[in-house]
Write a protein that binds this ligand. Structure first.
Ligand code: G6Q
Length: 550
């Protein structure tokens, strides 16, 4: 990690001066001056096309941002990650999710051992298991094939497979319905259980630690529900499997070792889709589809490792984000997939980026001098257009947007996809161009409004434009392209973490949250409420206890 904060680099000073000189520049002028602008600021890699030309940048901006990346030793740190160095320093762990998608036989050393064989041994077991479920060979306790897969997990043990099962639902097995239960709130599991046939349901208990309170509570409830209907403990093994790094806890829960799919401490929760945490996805789309997902991510890994930074998609996406965040001071980033099947992608990226880079100190424990991760949020287009896009176009904050779309749909309904893409492209164009007073006035005049009405309406009809966005396109939302897309954002997150000098792979805030509720939980469930909190918290506890007892 960099010895000095990025704000102390020569490139940062140059960027600060460049920002002062260029910040009032208008993208519409830059496009008019340079007909090759879109070509200059776009590139293809691993089945993805990125157009980042609708950003407030010119060639000099990119040159200086690349210099910043080099001064922060991005290439060396990228190589250290791929080499299995323990770059997650606060947990003393290597960061090797990229090894999970490397082809069989591609050696990956960790502490002198090749982990590729271990990875593929687990993939082989997942392959065999998913084939048996999908082909109807694995039977439930009454001899019927499985119809419903319920993943019980939270955070990194939920968001990845949930997002990917939805994204690739067009590739799903017709007999199998995946469900995802994560919340400690019983309204989540409680709403699902009555809809399930216990004799044809498979529960996948997914937890790296196998100690997470929400997951353990939901798993125990699911187990009790199942045993109520099938009291023989022996039947559990046809309906409960686990994905975890904690074999002992899995066994104590009552899941046999042959029903456990392991992964390793060098796989961070939010980077674990590619490991056995992806089991529900493999069950849904099959081993071949899962292999294509891994291959797409691997292709992007190769690109990230080998392409010069000048033509490196994750690096450029990240650096443009740094420009927006640290120079223009844009505090949020909206993710706008124009694909219904990517509806969980904004939530997935929210965890990936905010949990990775929402940090307050550098790797050396020094307070950060610059802002880090913007707030990540969003929803699918066109829905967002009829809700919060008003603020994107005319709000007082500038909010960069990432538009994501597939050129071909996975449905056959005529007309819809052209309309969808037209909306997507029109939004980024409008955000960039805006509408000046002259253009707005002309429009109002064409509507034959009176001069007085025109002047009254004019301020409301003006769009200042110059609002930045990226557009990411793929041919279709295939497993391979989804793999590449997720890997693109993983590496973007890594690059930004390197520039900010933070550890993108720990999550002490999440760990803090895991212990916070324990004491109050005991007080809510116990005989008498303690008075040791502030008056607000004491009052809330008293209210909840009164509601229980009434
Ligand atoms: C991810 C985080 C966090 C984690 C969940 C679930 O990077 O660490 O979201 O995935 O808290 O943890 P378990 O898998 O251990 O249940």
């Amino acid at each position: 990690m960099p010895a000095m904060p990025f704000t102390a680099t020569a490139a940062h000073l140059a960027l600060t001066n460049h920002f002062a000189a260029s910040r009032r520049g208008q993208m519409r002028d830059l496009f008019a001056q340079n007909p090759a602008r879109a070509q200059e600021f776009s590139l293809e890699a691993a089945g993805l096309f990125l157009d980042y030309s609708k950003n407030r940048i010119d060639s000099e901006t990119v040159r200086l941002l690349l210099a910043l990346a080099r001064e922060c030793r991005l290439e060396q740190q990228r190589d250290a990650m791929f080499a299995g160095e323990r770059i997650n320093t606060t947990e003393g762990r290597a960061v090797l999710h990229t090894a999970l998608r490397a082809p069989r036989g591609q050696c990956q050393e960790l502490d002198g051992c090749d982990i590729n064989a271990d990875i593929h041994a687990v993939l082989d077991r997942m392959h065999d298991f998913s084939n048996r479920i999908r082909d109807g060979i694995w039977l439930g306790c009454t001899g019927q094939p499985i119809t419903d897969i319920v993943n019980i997990g939270i955070g990194g043990s939920d968001l990845g497979p949930k997002m990917a099962c939805q994204a690739l639902r067009a590739h799903g097995h017709p007999r199998l319905t995946p469900h995802f239960v994560s919340n400690a709130d019983g309204h989540d599991l409680g709403a699902l259980l009555p809809r399930l046939n216990s004799a044809t349901t498979l529960f996948v208990i997914a937890s790296k630690t196998f100690t997470t309170a929400e997951t353990m509570m939901n798993a125990q409830t699911a187990r009790a529900w199942f045993l109520q209907q099938h009291p023989h403990l022996d039947e559990l093994k046809k309906h409960f499997v686990a994905v975890s790094t904690n074999a002992e806890a899995v066994q104590s829960f009552g899941i046999a070792p042959e029903n456990m799919f392991p992964f390793w401490d060098w796989v961070g929760g939010r980077y674990s889709l590619w490991s056995a945490i992806g089991l529900p996805l493999m069950l849904a789309i099959g081993f071949e589809g899962f292999t294509q997902l891994l291959a797409g991510a691997h292709a992007l890994d190769q690109h990230f490792r080998e392409a010069p930074l000048e033509r490196n998609m994750p690096a450029l996406l990240a650096l443009v984000g740094i420009w927006n965040r640290n120079y223009f001071n844009d505090a949020s980033l909206s993710i706008s997939p124009y694909h219904q099947d990517l509806k969980y992608f904004p939530a997935y990226l929210q965890q990936l980026e905010m949990e990775s880079n929402g940090k307050q100190v550098t790797c050396d424990g020094m307070p950060l001098e610059a802002a880090t991760c913007p707030i990540i949020w969003g929803d699918v287009g066109t829905n967002g257009q009829h809700a919060y896009f008003q603020l994107l176009h005319q709000g007082t904050d500038i909010i960069p947007v990432d538009f994501i779309a597939a050129l071909k749909p996975s449905h056959g309904l005529p007309g819809h996809h052209t309309a969808l893409l037209a909306n997507c492209f029109a939004q980024s164009e409008a955000l960039m161009l805006g509408k000046n007073a002259e253009e707005a006035r002309r429009e109002l005049q064409a509507e034959s409004k009176s001069a007085q009405a025109i002047e009254a309406l004019l301020p409301h009809k003006i769009f200042h434009g110059n609002r930045p966005s990226n557009t990411i396109l793929m041919d279709e939302l295939s497993p391979a392209n989804l793999g590449a897309l997720v890997a693109l954002y993983e590496h973007k997150t890594f690059v930004q973490g390197v520039i900010w000098g933070v550890n993108s792979f720990d999550q002490w805030g999440v760990e803090f949250g895991k212990v916070l509720a324990r004491q109050i939980h005991a007080e809510l469930a116990g005989a008498s409420a303690s008075k040791q909190h502030d008056s607000s918290t004491n009052g809330l506890i008293a209210r909840a206890r009164a509601a229980y007892s009434s």
